[in-house]
Design a protein around this ligand. Structure first.
Ligand SMILES: C=C(O[C@@H]1C=C(C(=O)O)C=C[C@H]1O)C(=O)O
Length: 111
């Protein structure tokens, strides 16, 4: 900021430490949230494979992306970033679902 006095170095470091400690907590929460999401999507993958449903559901993906873009806008988060982030996660989920489906069809073929 142009008109503000420079902070003494110790205070700057304390402020940096305070902010980084919150970032650490938020990053931990993100990892825990992602782990829970992947637990659910693995179950969805098994359910789909058991019932021979396709690994990806593009309509559901489009609805989720629309919904997340809206939530991002309300929260002042860049909706383009939110969409890219969700697409990145969904691609990994679909890859897992394809692996589950192929291992289930191999085990069906063996039995
Ligand atoms: C989890 C699902 O499987 C896939 C992954 C999705 C996701 O990660 O949100 C959404 C749709 C599907 O392509 C699902 O069908 O609900």
């Amino acid at each position: 900021m142009e008109n503000s006095q420079p902070l003494p170095e110790e205070a700057v470091l304390e402020e940096l430490q305070r902010l980084r400690s919150s970032i650490d907590n938020l990053d931990a929460a993100l990892v825990h949230l992602l782990a829970e999401r992947f637990k659910c999507t693995q179950e969805v993958g098994r359910l789909k494979a058991e019932h021979r449903l396709p690994p990806a559901d593009p309509e559901r993906e489009a609805r989720q992306i629309r919904r997340l873009r809206g939530l991002a806008e309300e929260s002042k988060l860049d909706p383009v970033f939110a969409e890219r982030f969700l697409n990145f996660i969904i691609a990994e989920v679909v890859r897992h679902h394809e692996l589950i489906a192929s291992s289930m069809s191999e085990s069906r073929a063996r039995n």
